[in-house]
Design a protein around this ligand. Structure first.
Ligand SMILES: Nc1ncnc2c1ncn2[C@@H]1O[C@H](COP(=O)(O)OS(=O)(=O)O)[C@@H](OP(=O)(O)O)[C@H]1O
Ligand SMILES: [Mg+2]
Ligand SMILES: [Mg+2]
Ligand SMILES: [Mg+2]
Length: 355
């Protein structure tokens, strides 16, 4: 299979990073949360997860030049007053690597300087040439803070195209989340989705040796029977617009609102049939919020496009060159969905121009 070595490394990296995140989520302290310059939250787990993934990839893929485009950087950790948090992240990463006996392979115990260096491995810009790993160490940090869904999302771009993706979703139930929002807390959670180009999408329990299963998107053809996913956070996607699109399609079920690329994972196994994402005007989508999720869904038979029906272009650097939104559905539903999206956006524009 193509990309076998890379896939093994990526699964190991994302699973270990997810273990670190689970540990932090269980014992989250207010002091673990900081605010970035754009006011979004970042935690010791975002930094720790990024360092773990970067160190594992570096160690497992020694023969290749290594480029990583990742969400976090070390600027805030280098500021005066950050010594305690930096120590804490370094300990977390050392403890996590020790569970796999990786510390020995990674030159014994890491120092805070090693931690800063590992974090800054992720400052590549991506682009159309060569290979770039793309990482969101915690996608859905707000969900993570609420104790809800989040994902460690890792993908690989080759000449601007996504060729591999891994999504570790520690809080996603192993069975469908559709109509299951109040599922009991005893339900087993933790899913690892992965896909390589041309080989389909698989899911296996996180942290478990049991066999992976091949997954497929929903085969629903009648939109009345479809359910749709959107961001939990109203600030991240226009819920009014998705509601108008859903009613044009005749969708009966209420929206399923979950955080992060766990939505792409859940779609890839048919928990829902449609994903609608319409950021507020002016927001620029980052590639790490979609690379892994996009291949997980497309290899499971889904279609991921912008709101005008164009495929997502991951070759332009850190940002996706689109300002309309992102939609996902199976082949049968996509034409109907595109029409409903077009009509709803036109109605919305007409309404706002008459104000
Ligand atoms: N204003 C705005 N509009 C659109 N999107 C935004 C916005 N702000 C942030 N983000 C990005 O959304 C990422 C979280 O994914 P979701 O939006 O799917 O989930 S949710 O909002 O938490 O429900 C989230 O990823 P993380 O920062 O990795 O958590 C952000 O990259
Ligand atoms: Mg963030
Ligand atoms: Mg994100
Ligand atoms: Mg993130």
């Amino acid at each position: 299979m193509a990309y076998e070595k890379e896939l093994d490394a990526a699964k190991k990296a994302a699973s270990l990073a997810a273990r670190l995140c689970q540990k932090v989520q269980k014992a989250l302290l207010q002091s673990d949360v900081q605010s970035k310059s754009d006011k979004s939250p970042v935690t010791v787990a975002d930094y720790g997860s990024q360092a773990v993934v970067s160190l594992v990839l570096e160690r497992e893929l020694t023969s290749e030049p290594f480029s990583l485009v990742a969400e976090e950087d070390s600027a805030d950790l280098r500021k005066d007053g950050s010594e305690d948090i930096l120590q804490r992240i370094t300990k977390l990463v050392n403890d996590t690597l020790a569970t796999e006996d990786l510390t020995k392979a990674i030159d014994s115990t890491l120092t805070t300087d090693d931690l800063l260096r590992a974090t800054d491995c992720g400052t590549s810009e991506g682009g159309p040439n060569g290979r770039h790993w793309v990482l969101d160490p915690i996608d859905g940090t707000k969900g993570f803070l609420r104790g809800d869904q989040y994902a460690v999302a890792l993908g690989l771009l080759e000449e601007g195209k996504v060729v591999l993706g891994v999504l570790a979703c520690p809080n996603l139930p192993l069975t469908s989340i559709a109509g299951n929002k109040n599922s009991s807390s005893s339900e087993e959670t933790g899913c690892l989705f992965y896909a390589t180009i041309g080989s389909g999408t698989y899911m296996q329990p996180l942290d478990s040796k049991s066999d992976p299963v091949k997954v497929h998107v929903s085969s629903v053809e009648n939109p009345e029977e479809a359910s749709f996913f959107e961001s939990f956070e109203g600030a991240h996607s226009l819920h009014d617009l998705s509601s108008s699109i859903a009613s044009k399609l005749g969708v009966k079920a209420p929206p399923v609102r979950i955080d992060s690329q766990a939505k792409y994972g859940a779609l890839s196994r048919g928990d829902g049939a449609i994903y609608l994402r319409f950021p507020h005007k002016g927001y620029r989508e980052k590639i790490w919020d979609h690379v892994a999720g996009a291949i997980v869904v497309t290899e499971a038979g889904g279609i991921v496009t912008d709101a005008g029906g164009k495929p997502l272009d991951f070759s332009k650097g850190k940002y996706l060159d689109l300002d309309t939104g992102i939609i996902v559905a199976n082949e049968k539903l996509m034409p109907l969905l595109l029409k409903a999206v077009r009509d709803s956006i036109a109605e919305q524009e007409k309404a706002s121009s008459s104000l």
